[in-house]
Design a protein around this ligand. Structure first.
Ligand SMILES: Nc1ncnc2c1ncn2[C@@H]1O[C@H](COP(=O)(O)OP(=O)(O)OP(=O)(O)O)[C@@H](O)[C@H]1O
Length: 299
């Protein structure tokens, strides 16, 4: 049985088709990312799947149960990350988490374990409004997980964090589904989707354009590879003479060779001892987005 089944979910706000007949299946234990620019419809889709927003049409089931009308049997089995602004004011981090735990009859000791797991034990006595952005995000994730749900929904969990805080949170998130949990997250960060997700659904203008593993999405693109070598490591004319090299350009980083057969080109460079500073770049999810929409990706 799929953990999540979404069939033709649709939501319209006035003239705007925010979510347009979206279908998606998520297997048990899978980590799926919904990736798209601002306004793509990610939050609206997620809230309908969580049973928080009523669809105009279509259905969603979680663990085999319909999510709308709101299903009381499902609530303890789902973890929904709150935006930090939804915390109870003036509570400390520990009080906030204990309050959530008590809603699900989870012992306080378990809540304290979670505080430690998300690295907030030294902030237990700090009021939620005095936590940094990253600390507040980690607390909101602990609140979503404290009752040990089977399915976890995270809406842009690393939004507005600095790069270091994002990476710290990635470590936490990548450990999340090791214990068999199903995780669905929305993000507008390509690198985040690539690092964390088994499969990525690329969303734009209310539609899911493609769903697959990041590697498969990029492979399907059939984009040429770019091989950069240090400035001066190879002459421009010499590089143009290597079989399978389609194009050669000079850039600030060095000489950039474009090819559809990077293994062959790297082998030729190696034979000539010209691998100084070599870097091989294949396509990225940004290229996939450009290919699918005809637009540059702007988070
Ligand atoms: N309650 C609402 N009433 C009217 N329009 C809405 C409402 N909620 C969302 N929208 C619009 O629907 C579209 C999709 O919004 P949504 O928040 O789902 O996108 P998103 O992909 O999550 O964007 P972001 O990354 O900025 O959060 C946007 O154009 C938004 O302005």
């Amino acid at each position: 049985m799929a953990a999540i089944e979404v069939l033709d979910l649709t939501k319209t706000y006035g003239e705007l088709q925010a979510v347009d007949a979206v279908s998606l299946e998520v297997a048990e234990g899978e980590f799926v990312g919904i990736l798209g620019p601002n306004g793509a419809g990610k939050t609206t889709l997620l809230e309908m799947v969580e049973g928080l927003r009523r669809p105009d049409a279509g259905t969603a089931t979680v663990l085999g149960l319909p999510v709308w009308p709101r299903n009381a049997d499902l609530l303890p089995r789902m973890g929904v990350q709150l935006q930090a602004s939804a915390f109870f004011e003036r509570l400390t981090a520990r009080e906030q988490l204990h309050t959530f735990a008590s809603l699900y009859a989870v012992p306080s000791a378990t809540a304290d374990e979670w505080l430690e797991r998300v690295g907030l034990d030294d902030k237990a006595g700090t009021r939620v409004e005095d936590l940094s952005g990253g600390q507040a995000q980690r607390l909101s994730i602990a609140c979503a997980l404290v009752h040990d749900p089977d399915v976890v929904f995270l809406d842009e969990p690393t939004a507005a964090l600095d790069p270091q805080a994002r990476r710290n949170l990635w470590d936490l998130l990548s450990g999340l589904n090791n214990s068999g949990r199903t995780v669905v997250l929305t993000t507008h960060y390509m690198d985040e989707a690539e690092v964390l997700c088994d499969r990525v659904a690329i969303m734009d203008s209310g539609r899911i354009l493609q769903v697959d593993s990041p590697a498969a999405l990029i492979r399907r693109l059939d984009a040429p590879a770019r091989i950069t070598v240090a400035p001066g490591a190879v002459g421009l004319e010499e590089a143009r003479g290597i079989a399978a090299v389609d194009d050669v350009q000079e850039s600030v980083d060095g000489v950039v060779l474009t090819t559809r057969d990077p293994a062959h080109v790297v082998a030729r460079l190696a034979e000539r001892d010209q691998l100084d500073g070599v870097r091989v770049q294949t396509g990225t999810l940004e290229d996939v987005f450009l290919d699918l929409t005809g637009r540059e990706y702007r988070a």
